[in-house]
Design a protein around this ligand. Structure first.
Ligand code: ZN
Length: 487
């Protein structure tokens, strides 16, 4: 009797181990349906990074990783989480103002707050200080004809004379931060910088790596600069209100260790945009609960797969919508040896098969010469595949590509609900997702036949043309539709 009972229990446990996740189309469909409905539900409030909605989302992903049998491979021992620090910004539109004489300038339209800026309100006369360069030992001194900077709001051109910039010993003195500090040390009370052609332009908005100078530092566009040059000595009233809050984002990382020499990273961002300005939830069902559900389902399949020629690392990234924060952080602080990564497989918006006809886009196909063979060997599905060679920087694959890792990246493309409260679970093509997941699983297994995937850097032109063609093709969506819903 005991023997029969043991046999019975053993057979039950074997059945359980093999068919814990039934792989029929209808079973896959019902699991991803549940995943997306949970992730894009009201209670997760749009899964904005660093919020309670993010926490609910990562708790759901952790329980799914655990259920699938993945090992935790976050930062702390025994944890699936990798915590990363982030400074979130809250621009107060109605409290940030610029007026010169009687002319009122529009925030964002005519000027922006730079990453160097503190908060406050200030009045004073405008003074053009050119490039604000003052080098004691050379003839370059923008201050030599300026009587007095004290109490002035100064206008500074970000550019520098190219001859000077090639002198290594001068580089630090030519940086905007040095020149802004010089102006403040001479008594200026606020700084308006300008010139988007300057190589320093981008750095003015690097909020992640820049500390405030505790002075008001704004960027003035053409309207402001033109007004100042035709109205020297104009009376400025400037107010800036920008709340910076230190917060923590969380990547979720699970591992299938097959004791293989290389690891395939399978990733998708799970964060979205939270509430709209009208306080509506932006659900992000396609962007990117769909990709998250796809990697959860692949985890369930690959855990029980007989193919052990690679290990698999699953990462649900946070902070993608804030600027690829989670994936960049992982690449800088990886929890496995990146030299042992075979390739990275990214899923971002795979829930709207049909929105661009019956096709999906495979991005970054030029990042390995091996992809041609893998794509042609992968079993065909009902959809067509459009290949885009380059690896443009609009999703989480980019940090891995920059580290010399081959990329495969699938998407069903942009649509009119992108970044709006209309990106809901009811509009997902679940049958389409089932075929994309099955295709991806077969793609992975064909890549295993190919062995270690070889990396190839995409030539600049290819990268540019892919990026440009993507945006020209999607121009309607990005500029006419997507941004209406975005903030
Ligand atoms: Zn996305």
């Amino acid at each position: 009797m005991i023997r029969y009972l043991l046999c019975f229990l053993l057979s039950i446990s074997l059945i359980h181990a093999r068919s814990q996740f039934c792989q029929s189309d209808s079973s896959i469909r019902s699991r991803i349906y549940k995943d997306i409905c949970v992730l894009a539900s009201d209670s997760l409030q749009g899964r904005r990074s660093g919020t309670a909605g993010e926490k609910k989302a990562y708790e759901y992903i952790i329980s799914s990783f655990r259920e699938a049998g993945l090992q935790p491979l976050g930062t702390e021992c025994g944890s699936y989480l990798q915590s990363l620090p982030f400074q979130s910004l809250d621009f107060r539109f109605n409290q940030t103002k610029l007026k010169i004489d009687d002319k009122i300038f529009g925030y964002f339209r005519d000027f922006s707050v730079t990453a160097f800026s503190g908060n406050g309100s200030i009045n004073g006369e405008i003074l053009d200080i050119g490039q604000g360069i003052s080098l004691a030992f050379s003839s370059y001194d923008d201050y030599k004809n300026i009587q007095d900077c004290r109490g002035k709001i100064v206008l500074m051109n970000l550019d520098v004379p190219s001859g000077l910039f090639s002198v290594d010993s001068l580089k630090e003195k030519l940086t905007p931060v040095y020149r802004i500090k010089t102006a403040l040390s001479k008594g200026a009370v606020a700084v308006i910088v300008w010139n988007f052609r300057s190589p320093f332009y981008q750095s003015m908005f690097d909020f992640i790596h820049t500390d405030t100078l505790n002075a008001l530092v704004i960027y003035g566009r053409t309207e402001v600069v033109d007004y100042v040059s035709s109205h020297p000595g104009g009376k400025v009233i400037l107010s800036v209100k920008l709340n910076r809050t230190n917060t923590t984002f969380h990547n979720v990382i699970g591992y299938i260790d097959n004791r293989a020499p290389y690891t395939i990273i399978i990733g998708a961002h799970y964060d979205h945009l939270g509430f709209s300005r009208k306080s509506e939830i932006r659900y992000g069902a396609d962007d990117n609960a769909s990709g998250t559900a796809a990697i959860l389902e692949l985890a369930r399949h690959l855990r029980s797969s007989g193919d052990k020629s690679n290990n698999y690392l699953f990462i649900a990234f946070s902070g993608e919508e804030e600027g690829l924060i989670g994936s960049s952080y992982f690449c800088a602080h990886p929890t496995i040896d990146l030299d042992k990564v075979n390739f990275m497989f990214n899923f971002d918006m795979v829930g709207r098969l049909g929105c661009e006809g019956n096709r999906i886009t495979a991005i970054a196909t030029a990042t390995s010469p091996d992809w041609r063979k893998v794509f042609s060997g992968t079993s065909k599905q009902s959809f067509r595949i459009k290949k885009m060679r380059g690896a443009p920087s609009f999703s989480d694959h980019y940090g891995f590509y920059s580290k010399g890792i081959p990329i495969a990246y699938l998407t069903t493309g942009l649509h009119y609900d992108y970044h709006t409260p209309r990106d809901v679970s009811g509009k997902i093509n679940y049958d389409g997702m089932v075929s994309i997941i099955k295709y991806s699983e077969d793609f992975i297994s064909k890549s295993e036949v190919a062995g270690k995937i070889t990396f190839r850097k995409v030539r600049g032109w290819d990268q540019f043309t892919s990026f440009a063609s993507f945006f020209f093709e999607e121009l309607d969506y990005v500029f006419n539709v997507g941004l209406q819903g975005a903030e």
